[in-house]
Design a protein around this ligand. Structure first.
Ligand code: ADP
Ligand code: MG
Length: 392
């Protein structure tokens, strides 16, 4: 590994600044889903077990450099205490003397790093201030690693640093899937639009053996090949770009898999009357909402021929039954192949994770990234500044 983990660090008697992601959903001042808080528990316990005093740094929501009382991390403190099963000391204005005056096994939570305008500009003044609060920096917030902020990047250069448990697990899983994967590799990219996933497609065609393009973005590729798609969601102005991606794939020896049959309806609504037609035969007054059974069979064949699967984006309008059939069906096959040891499966993306949960298979995938933007940037082949700083 190019980065250190908590196992490599001597922490006894040290104060450990630990960047975490506890940006949890909240309604009326109460945390509605504590998953992110629960995920950092092993790292906090590890630091304590090694004799370190954890000082947690985190952002919450988007206060844009101002103090916004509703976005105080105070509101997350109770959920953190519940997850850790112990008291957490909240510091609105942290300073080294106050931290040093606390017991060595205290857990400290510092106020929202984004209350300072210097966080998102990665101001060296803030990085130095943060570094002054501790002896070691541990980054456990992969999901914030695509941003070069003072608490994710700047401070990492000023102290001995390492990855936390969660960060290390995420990096290991992602490295195994795309860095030096077991081949062949199949990628599934779906979702609404080509325009939001251009860099992703461009990077993947150069790295994977099969690229399945599904969802609304497949319609743009059909248009690019001269196919009429009626009232389907499609970005007609992106057709030349789609053709470039197809050319690039051909040159790289990547096989592109597009829908050969599609499920069409006249309304974008659950249980809308629908029919399955060849991908070249979408009626002018209808829209494509899902991939059909023949397409599913082709995708499953690609899975059977592969050893690694990377997935971002649903294959259809999965929020509307029955247009979740392709996404759910393909997800269940991937889960089965993973359980049988035939496939290493990695998936990420907000709607993708929701779709895999809907299919009831999230537990069966080798790794599911909840990191959103950071996961996408990683799939795009970008080096994440928060990770790069750990390598340095
Ligand atoms: P993720 O959040 O996993 O990165 P996206 O946000 O890119 O995924 O895409 C998810 C959205 O794409 C969903 O809201 C889904 O309804 C939509 N979508 C997928 N296929 C179609 C389609 N054929 N027509 C319209 N919308 C679609
Ligand atoms: Mg989305």
């Amino acid at each position: 590994m190019a980065w250190k983990t908590l196992d490599d660090m001597a922490l006894d008697g040290k104060t450990v600044l630990c960047r975490v992601d506890i940006n949890v959903p909240m309604e009326a001042g109460r945390v509605t889903d504590a998953t992110r808080v629960e995920k950092i528990v092993p790292t906090v316990f590890d630091i304590l077990a090694k004799g370190g005093r954890p000082v947690l740094l985190a952002h919450f929501d988007r206060p844009k450099g101002k103090v916004v009382p509703e976005m105080s991390l105070r509101h997350v403190q109770p959920a953190l205490e519940a997850a850790l099963g112990r008291a957490v000391i909240f510091m609105e204005r942290p300073d080294r003397a106050s931290i040093d005056a606390l017991p060595q096994d205290a857990v400290i939570l510092v106020e929202n790093t984004r209350f300072s305008p210097m966080e998102e500009t990665n101001d060296p003044v803030m990085a130095r201030f943060l570094a002054g609060l501790g002896d070691v920096f541990c980054n456990d917030a992969f999901s914030a690693a695509h941003r070069a902020h003072a608490s994710t990047e700047g401070v990492a250069h000023l102290l001995p640093n390492c990855a936390g448990r969660l960060m290390a697990a995420e990096l290991k899983a992602l490295e195994a899937a795309l860095g030096s994967p077991a081949r062949p590799v199949v990628a599934v990219v779906g979702g609404a639009k080509v325009s939001t996933k251009l860099e992703l497609l461009g990077n993947l065609v150069a790295k994977v053996d099969y690229l399945v393009i599904g969802g609304g973005m497949a319609n743009t590729f059909l248009v690019a090949q001269g196919v009429e798609v009626g009232k389907s969601l499609a970005e007609r102005d992106m057709a030349p770009t789609a053709r470039e991606i197809l050319d690039k794939a051909k040159a790289a020896g990547c096989r592109i898999i597009l829908p050969i049959d599609v499920v069409v309806a006249r309304a974008f609504a659950a249980n809308a009357p629908h029919e399955t037609v060849p991908a070249t035969a979408c009626p002018a007054d209808a829209m494509i909402l899902d991939a059909g059974p023949a397409t599913i069979a082709v995708i499953v064949d690609a899975f059977l021929a592969s050893k690694t699967l990377i997935w971002n984006g649903p294959l259809g309008a999965f929020e509307l039954t029955p247009f979740d059939r392709a996404t759910v069906g393909v997800a269940r096959t991937a889960a089965q192949l993973t359980r049988d040891g035939h496939l290493i499966s990695v998936a990420g993306g907000g709607d993708t994770v929701a779709a895999l949960n809907q299919a009831g298979v999230a537990e069966d995938f080798t790794f599911i990234s909840t990191a959103g933007g950071a996961f996408l940037e990683w799939m795009e082949g970008k080096e994440l500044p928060g990770v790069a700083a750990l390598r340095a």
